[in-house]
Design a binder for this molecule. Sequence first.
Ligand SMILES: Nc1ncnc2c1ncn2[C@@H]1O[C@H](COP(=O)(O)OP(=O)(O)OP(=O)(O)O)[C@@H](O)[C@H]1O
Ligand SMILES: Cc1ncc(COP(=O)(O)O)c(N)n1
Length: 512
Amino acid sequence: MTRVPAASSLQPVPGKPRPRVLSIAGSDPSGGAGIQADLKSIAANGGYGLAVITALTAQNTRGVTGVHVPPVEFLTRQLEAISADVTVDAVKIGMLGNAEVIGAVADWLGAHRPAVVVLDPVMVASSGDRLLDADAEAALGRLMALADVVTPNVPELAALLGEAVAADWESALEQGKRLAAEHGVSVLVKGGHLDGDISWDALVDLSGASASDVTVFEAPRVDTVNTHGTGCSLSSALATLLGAGLVPTEAVGAAKAWLLEAIATSSELAVGAGHGPVNHFHHGVLPSARDVAGYAADLWTTAAGDLERIYELPFIAALGDGSLEEADFAYYLAQDALYLNTYSRVLAAASSLAPTEAEQAFWAKGARECLDVEAELHRSWLVGREVSMVQGPETKQYVDHLLARAGEGDYAVLVAAILPCYWLYAEVGAVLFREFEQAGAPDSHQYAMWLRSYSDPAFAEATRQAIAYTAEAARRSTPAQWTAMQEAFAHSSRFEVDFFDAPSRRVPRGRA
Ligand SMILES: Nc1ncnc2c1ncn2[C@@H]1O[C@H](COP(=O)(O)OP(=O)(O)OP(=O)(O)O)[C@@H](O)[C@H]1O
Ligand SMILES: Cc1ncc(COP(=O)(O)O)c(N)n1
């Protein structure tokens, strides 16, 4: 009977379907900002885009030559048509034009508020043209009360507070904190309009979902004129990622990373002679959040073959029934301790490359725990035993592989290489422990303590998280990266088999 299930119980279950994201904004016929940018941004980030148009602009990359706001009754009719039929997961609000439009959107939100509301308080285009009547700025207060996150740029921040425009990043951030406190809303302060080599943004998060109230995001400033629609694109990506279930800091981090690449590759497009658009589809259309489960399932297919081989190893059979020679076990644990020391450094490398704070903290915690386990192995098992502490060939090839992937600096590929150690250990540990219990958990079993440590629920939970992060990295990867991830995972998975087999193959046999 095989002990390898068709799907691991640690795999992520299919997540939310593709989030349905509604943009309520103005039209930009040049396609770089407004509704047109929003729909591209939503699709690029894995959402399904809907659009209700508040206003038409006549504009191109050089500026706005006209604004037409259709009768507000028709705006309400569009909004009602959507809510009568579609469940909206997230809404992004952009250009509103005048106070009457703001009132209509606020009324609709009051009655049909989706779970996520991102408000980009568009006032003036980057060309300097007004997109909101000056006397309507105060009316935005009503909408802010209905939003989860407001995303002002530096001039908009000043206008919303009735203060002078911040001259530097520190003052802008202070204004962001004040705006958040005044309106009880999270604020994403955008520093795109400031000078300097770094383009700063910060999330002042009042949702309680983040580790801290203020998270600062920095990115290199791209030297380009193609910044038309960056604010529209960022807020739509944010709404999409929040709609997919990411926590606010993760959603901002992922949206900003995506936008940075879209700005950096904008010269691939040749649209207009002024401030050109960003390259929304630099990595194509992302698979939906639901597809994360598919990536984990693909990796499992690779791991399952190796797991089958692991269960057939004499070492595992003897470990399971307690008949394993002590010298073999000691050899295995000594190699494990040696392995864990390097594995800890590799996890620390993953932490330093991680795209989100949650992942950074997760891998750093793992790195720390490896050292604790290594120390415990020395204290409890290896003390007093005559064991060689020289890396065996199987250990060496495994850690060399991991260190090489860490050196390459690609987060997605590195976590794919890291994963089999969590996953296969958790699976093997759970099966051996279950069989030990089924055999009546005999007191005479020499390795019961080891079996218990790897069937620990906390280790299973960490494994579940590691799988989820790797699958999420796969979702965001390019096809070439995904191939490299599969390769890195397959190598590590194979090295796991060799690692478990090493005690039986070591030469000379006898004492460890
Ligand atoms: N040259 C740049 N290089 C890197 N990131 C940038 C650059 N310009 C803007 N950004 C980023 O783009 C996002 C939008 O910032 P910005 O402050 O320009 O907002 P905005 O004024 O609302 O945008 P828009 O240009 O659409 O009006 C922010 O995340 C900002 O950091
Ligand atoms: C319809 C519409 N909505 C928003 C913007 C702001 O974008 P930007 O400041 O990049 O011009 C715009 N120009 N047009």
